[in-house]
Design a protein around this ligand. Structure first.
Ligand SMILES: *Cc1c(COP(=O)(O)O)cnc(C)c1O
Length: 357
């Protein structure tokens, strides 16, 4: 694939964040972006890297009106030896293509999209922060841009990748979160779009999250749509429970997002010889285990936080403290293991890391 590169002029270059310890998430972007266009007769064309900036969209673009928009989230890490690491990036692009199928959008050629991403990262590599725990967040996105108001799949699309430095997720160590078990709203039903990283899923989750925040919670824990009984996931993370000697996470039945971090955790705990199950787990079983002292730990998994320990679960007006409200031993061990592989401070027996510079 030929990639046309237009570099930002020296006057267009933005100042880099002066203090990496104050980096947040998702509000600073690098100097360039990768784009390509799709038309049904032509396929993908016009792959290019341009200065970061506004893109022009017709106000009748179908993606704006009917929600054909999908995305991915992954990271590049500045390794200890100063190399640049990607972590299981291909899995993100495979998932992107699965999301595309569900939303009647075209798939991308994984090798070409990854080539565009790598060229962009290397061009803007000085934007990768160097302090411990920081990284470069990568956001591939596809939006339907055919100007047409009849409801049907769009015939044209734009794909782009933007990147930007993000901070260590937790500034004061891994603070356990308080989660609210949501029994009114649902995130996704079987047969719906829950397993796609589609923009609409996030829009429809906001109200529940806002109401939970008002009550003092960090996140909501979603239950299944049919019975409001089985654990699904939390915000933008998959959920794990450590009950007795069993590590449990919800199975991939179609309503939860198949997280790359979820899969990494499953592989690692299996490798450690622990008992691990992908099975339906009812909220009643969790509460029961909490009451009789068998609930050892609960944690969310996702690219942004890696492992996010849960310190409190509130269900039916009752608060249940998990692991004494602290980060549990297993959560800490998993966090340390995954982060060490990502930053190359430990060997990578799984072949998950790709060094690109
Ligand atoms: C992105 C996401 C996750 C986590 O996936 P990772 O690949 O581990 O980052 C989990 N749940 C939802 C709803 C998500 O959007």
């Amino acid at each position: 694939m030929e990639i046309q590169i237009t570099r930002a002029g020296s006057g267009q270059l933005k100042p880099k964040p002066a203090d990496e310890s104050r980096l947040g998430f998702g509000d600073i972007f690098s100097d360039h972006m990768f784009l390509m266009d799709f038309e049904s007769e032509k396929g993908w064309f016009n792959a290019r890297i341009e200065p970061y900036g506004n893109i022009s969209i017709d106000p009748a673009a179908m993606g704006i009106h009917y929600g054909q928009e999908i995305f991915e989230g992954l990271k590049a890490y500045r390794a200890m030896d100063r190399g640049i690491h990607l972590f299981r990036a291909k899995e993100n692009f495979k998932r992107f293509n699965r999301s595309a199928v569900r939303l009647c959008m075209p798939d991308v050629d994984i090798e070409s999209a990854m080539e565009g991403m790598k060229k962009l990262i290397l061009l803007d590599k000085d934007w990768i922060p160097k302090s411990e725990g920081t990284s470069l967040y990568i956001r591939p996105t596809m939006l339907a841009n055919e100007p047409h108001l009849g409801v049907r799949p769009s015939r044209s699309y734009v794909f782009f990748i933007i990147i930007g430095p993000v901070g260590a997720y937790y500034k004061e160590g891994l603070n356990p979160v308080k989660i609210y078990v949501e029994d009114k709203y649902i995130r996704a039903a079987l047969g719906g779009t829950g397993e796609a990283k589609a923009a609409g899923n996030y829009a429809t989750s906001l109200l529940a999250a806002e109401e939970a925040k008002e009550k003092g919670f960090t996140q909501v824990l979603w239950l299944d749509a049919a019975e409001r009984k089985y654990i699904e996931e939390v915000g933008t993370m998959n959920m794990f429970f450590f009950i007795g000697d069993e590590v449990i996470t919800a199975p991939l039945t179609g309503s939860i997002l198949p997280g790359v971090t979820r899969d990494s955790v499953l592989q690692i705990v299996k490798q450690w010889g622990m008992k691990v199950s992908e099975r339906s787990l009812s909220i009643d079983e969790v509460i029961e285990a909490s009451k009789n002292g068998n609930l050892k730990e609960a944690f969310g998994t996702g690219t942004a936080a890696v492992i996010s320990p849960v310190g409190q679960i509130t269900y039916n007006g009752e608060d249940h403290i998990v692991a004494g409200g602290k980060m549990g031993e297993l959560s800490q061990k998993l966090y340390d293991e995954i982060v060490a592989i990502q930053y190359g401070t430990k060997p990578d027996p799984y072949g998950w890391v790709e060094r690109i510079d």
